[in-house]
Design a protein around this ligand. Structure first.
Ligand code: CTP
Length: 398
């Protein structure tokens, strides 16, 4: 699958660097050519010799070297790749990337490249959750940089939590998705997914049972056909797929803002279960019982309808806008009315009555409604529904 693909692998200075040696092997097993570049700090953990031996190619080092520049200049090195991968991406390296530094070979390559960049962050859990790292991550994602991981787990430093680098095979899957060739190659598609959380006060919120499974599967299927996917997700229980550009939000208002920033796109798929209402009188501090036995009255305000807003754009409307209709009664009648009301091109309608086990389950039974009429698909696993839908989207955008 990666035959002939050229990966420029920047190895950062973290304990997870040892896994990057395995990553080189896994990539080569799949036919990729790997050019390793070690940062100065990486050499404290692994040697250029082991990276070069596994890659079967020269390993480049932190500082500019006149011999290297004569053989292949840093600009050419940064462009003669199909994808640039940074693994592990340490907190410090992410900060350098976000700040646009170019003070050694690795950071200069990243500034000079015209190729897509995938990072596999790895660091202590507190470093990962630190506001500075999260700010840098948001900046990098805003720049279109792809991420894989980090995972939750036991860490080399003895702590537990998010920060562990994704496993080599997960990074391979993300690389395959980023390099996927297919009918949607280079097409930008926005996908929303998951529930939204609407705060009642700083510790409580209103949510729904959406797992995000169908949205994740659709994003994965589109990426598998080569699309450049911006995946805007609420707090879902199913993780985002590898190889997509992930933007995490909590509320409907944040989701609309993220979609607006992500456009233009050729298609937009609105699989999120957006809360229709938010709490208008959400409290700024935790609500307390006042001893009277009276429950607080919540007031609701209607959330912006993201699907309708995008469908009705007069400028910059995606060519194809797809909505979902989760219904419990009169599925077809309601979904047909919803398509007209919201102004989208297609509606994927499904019956989410409790007896169907669809909401939160692994299967889906959908009817695709378009101008051409209604087409009912058999009950299928959610990833098969996603593949069929992605194939239809590819046909529509052809
Ligand atoms: N949607 C959206 N923004 C909202 C509400 C819904 O983008 N504020 C999108 C969903 O992502 C989905 C479609 O609209 O693609 C249908 O959502 P659904 O909840 O089924 O419809 P409602 O607008 O809630 O209509 P109703 O209350 O009549 O079911």
């Amino acid at each position: 699958m990666l035959a002939g693909k050229r990966i420029l692998l920047i190895i950062g200075g973290g304990i997870a660097a040892y896994k990057s040696l395995d990553l080189i092997r896994r990539l080569r097993e799949r036919g990729a050519e790997v050019r390793p570049v070690l940062t100065h700090a990486a050499e404290e953990f692994v040697t250029p010799l082991s990276a070069a031996a596994l890659a079967g190619a020269k390993a480049y080092r932190a500082l500019f070297d006149l011999t290297d520049e004569a053989e292949m200049g840093h600009i050419q090195l940064s462009r003669a790749a199909d994808l640039v991968v940074v693994a592990p991406a340490t907190a410090d390296f992410m900060a350098k990337m976000a700040g646009g530094h170019a003070d050694d070979l690795a950071s200069t390559l990243l500034m000079a490249t015209d190729k897509r960049v995938l990072i596999a962050p790895a660091m202590n859990v507190r470093m990962w959750t630190h506001p500075a790292t999260q700010r840098n991550l948001a900046t990098l994602q805003g720049d279109g940089i792809l991420t894989v991981g980090p995972n939750d787990g036991d860490m080399a430093c003895g702590e537990y939590g998010p920060g562990r680098m994704a496993e080599p095979l997960e990074i391979v899957a993300a690389i395959e998705a980023a390099l996927a060739d297919g009918p949607l190659k280079g097409r930008h598609i926005v996908v929303t997914s998951g529930p939204t959380h609407e705060p009642i006060d700083p510790v409580r919120y209103i949510a729904n049972r959406s797992s995000g499974a169908q949205g994740s599967a659709i994003a994965a299927a589109l990426a598998g056909l080569g699309a450049n996917v911006t995946f805007i997700t609420g707090p879902a229980s199913v993780p985002p797929p590898p190889g997509v550009h992930v933007i995490r939000v909590e509320t409907a208002a944040q989701m609309l803002a993220a979609v607006t920033v992500a456009l233009p796109a050729e298609a937009a798929i609105f699989a999120a279960a957006v809360a229709d209402w938010r709490v208008a009188n959400a409290a700024g501090s935790k609500m307390k019982k006042d001893g009277s036995g009276r429950a607080p009255a919540l007031e609701f305000a209607e959330n912006p309808d993201i699907l309708a807003t995008v469908s009705k754009l007069t400028k910059g409307r995606p060519r194809l806008v797809v909505g979902f209709a989760a219904e419990t009664d009169d599925v077809l009648t309601n979904a047909t009315a919803k398509r007209a009301r919201k102004g989208c091109d297609w509606i994927v309608a499904n019956d989410v009555s409790p007896g169907t086990g669809i909401m939160g389950g692994t299967e889906n039974a959908v009817t695709l409604l378009s101008e051409a009429g209604a087409e009912t698909w058999p009950r299928l696993p959610k990833d098969e529904v996603a593949r069929r839908l992605a194939a239809r989207i590819a046909e529509a955008l052809a």
